[in-house]
Design a protein around this ligand. Sequence first.
Ligand code: ADP
Ligand code: MG
Ligand code: MG
Length: 890
Amino acid sequence: MLTYVYEFSEGNKDLKDLLGGKGANLAEMTNLGLPVPPGFTITTEACRAYLESGGMPEGMAGQVTEKLTALEAAMGKRLGQPDDPLLVSVRSGAKFSMPGMMETVLNIGLNDDSVGGLAAQSGDERFAWDSYRRLVQMFGKTVLDIDGDLFEDAIEERKRAIGADGDLDLGAEDFRALVAAFKDIVLQASGRPFPTDPREQMDLAVRAVFDSWNAPRAVLYRRRERIPADLGTAVNVCAMVFGNLGMDSGTGVAFTRDPATGRQGVYGDYLQNAQGEDVVAGIRNTVPLADLERIDEASHDELMGIMRTLEEHYRDLCDIEFTIERGKLWMLQTRVGKRTAAAAFRIADQLVEQGMITPDEAITRVNGDQLAQLMFPRFDEAAPRDVLGRGMNASPGAAVGRAVFDSAAAVKRARAGEKVVLCRRETNPDDLEGMLAAEGILTSRGGKTSHAAVVARGMGTTCVCGAEELDIDVKERRMTAPGGRVVEEGDLISIDGSTGEVFLGEVPVVDSPVVRYFDGTLDPEGEEADDLVRAVHRVMGRADADRRLGVRANADTPEDAARARRMGAQGIGLCRTEHMFLGERRPLVERLILAEDGAERDEALEGLLPLQRTDFTGILEAMDGLAVTVRLIDPPLHEFLPDLTELSVRVALAQERGERHDNDRRLLRAVQRLHEQNPMMGLRGVRLGLVVPGLFTMQVRALAQAAAERLRAGGDPRPEVMIPLVGTVQELEIIREEAVRTVREVAEEYGVELEFPIGTMIELPRAALTAGQIAESAEFFSFGTNDLTQTVWGFSRDDVEASFFSQYLEKGVFGVSPFETIDVEGVGRLVRAAVEEGRAARPDLKLGVCGEHGGDPASVHFFDRVGLDYVSCSPFRVPVARLEAGRAAV
Ligand code: ADP
Ligand code: MG
Ligand code: MG
């Protein structure tokens, strides 16, 4: 028979799958000889069996009895024994912590008999009845699913009746009366009396914890956090200790280092004469942990020793829950603690310094999301600030602007050159224009998957959402903060998307020192650098040493290329050429499209050639010695032409006025001819190259000439030509032949040697599925995972993200947008297949990715696993990709 129940002394910290996080760590502390109240853990395996069959697995009840008997023997009293009861807590604890998702019942074993025993043993009648009413209350709420307000209301009523201010004014008699009232509530609300049999109380609580695994909010939480649904939770049964037995008792939480800054020195809160839940509930004000030294020096010193032990043992920051019962210290929980991004880097660095972890381990203690957080501009810490309210930190950054309350106002003011923060109760797709125009977005409703949050993150706009304490009145165009302070439309506000704070007025914004370090303007060894910058510097050095995956940048201008290089890019993975056709060059492009014969077309191309060549020379110079992958023009041609409606109106007006308008008329005909219902799937990419004679050739010639000029100037240009939107090898072959010929011609002209790798994007399912054939003609693949995601899912990104993605996230269809993190099962499967087939056909095929996924932490790990050679991302994400590539390798 399987073992379903483990005593604390039988487990250890590596058994989290079986015992859950809390149980595994209670076991670990027990085995370290720390003062943990004895108890046992019922496994996740038992939970899974129960959830499958609806009944407790065979043999579990007997094992529970066995362990309970052992516990009773150790404690020298039986569960609920009338004259001296053993009481226990029943605590949920899954492998991954799910804050506030599942609950705990304390004081199990109390009933009308044993409450007397507890009073006699403790010599404290009030304490005994308070404990009893807590049991009925928690049991009612957690196990019997009764509305908690019913109990709270009864307490309030009692307080009113006796004229009491706080809980401390309630006496033994009051609690006795509350127990009676609570039992009534239980009977009324659940239709059954409160169970008085201690073992029945315990069994019901265990079952309730198992059931809570599938409570709707837990299911939703797991979907969002991408925690597997089938893990189940463990249950810990733990002998009760009491922090509410007078002023020589108390309870607290603590961290072995400051989780906010990462600086050394313990940190925590303590509450005298209270049970654990009181600290979290914030019923009374806690005192800083340091005060415990004055209150109870012996317990304080013991606690400090234990915290050192735990840190050395876990080799990381730990957080703990403890209780002092009449001067005796008990440890109730520990785990490796959560921390801010800055703390994560500082701690990882300190631990290396202290010899507790290796540099390789240090890079696993931080992640790219944390690094990205440290790179956002921030409000100047030294500047005064006036907090209006708080919401959720939905999309990081620091935004300052004038408050506006609808999309139209946002657009209008932004057009007039003002910076605005769009304030809405919540947003919907109609607000999109205003959201685009705004520096920041503030909502009073909705969580981190609300429309505002999702769209803001997608756009990289600062967003604070769900600031419920701010009353946003869109009709009156004003927002009211607690205390009645009012922000009218046009008033300046500042919002911090990294902390969720909202400030009145303008708070000055400064560049992150971490960005200044990456950008080369802050010397990590210099005076000005603080310990955070030094920590980032050392961690990055290690990540670079460890990683296999190359990191390139997407950059289209010499300035971006230079910046990317400073940020550590090892080349350009995607140089788009479309912006090079805009602005003053637009007339040339129009002429190209309007050309009615070869001569006209050639003339237009001749005009574009030198401009394009200059673009490339600058970029090749900035990336001298490193690969520069140039993608030939990709978007639909009509994007370079005037808007159809506007042009029609212009032509009609000109006609009315009897003016000459030949050129506009021709343009209009061309625009009409090129108009497409669905341009994303229309004439673009390689299709354009095949249909508009000379266009791609001109681009390749410009690139070849730029390279030749760089060679003559003594440079080391490494251009690569990339063909977009290929669906079949035939398309590629036609373009390729022409490109090879062009490069050869230029080489002869200049008398230099030129050889460019020519490759293709893999961004259509058909390309991925025929990668073996395509590789015959391509020297490299670059996965265009943005388009590949659009075409695999059939999503038009611009449409879906702003309209229904927030609902998809809310409903848990996916935990994260497939445009943010690569969809491994669908899109990723195609990538994997294309890698395998491509390499089989051409073993030295070079493989990269140039979608935004190239800078996304989870996706980088996937690309490392499937064996790509490099990822390419925006210059700003390069450090994140470097770090994640390092983490993927260790
Ligand atoms: P959570 O996972 O929400 O932290 P816990 O199981 O840790 O839930 O318990 C909730 C509170 O009850 C905590 O403050 C904890 O310290 C306290 N607690 C749990 N078990 C006991 C016990 N046996 N004796 C005293 N306090 C306990
Ligand atoms: Mg806890
Ligand atoms: Mg594309």
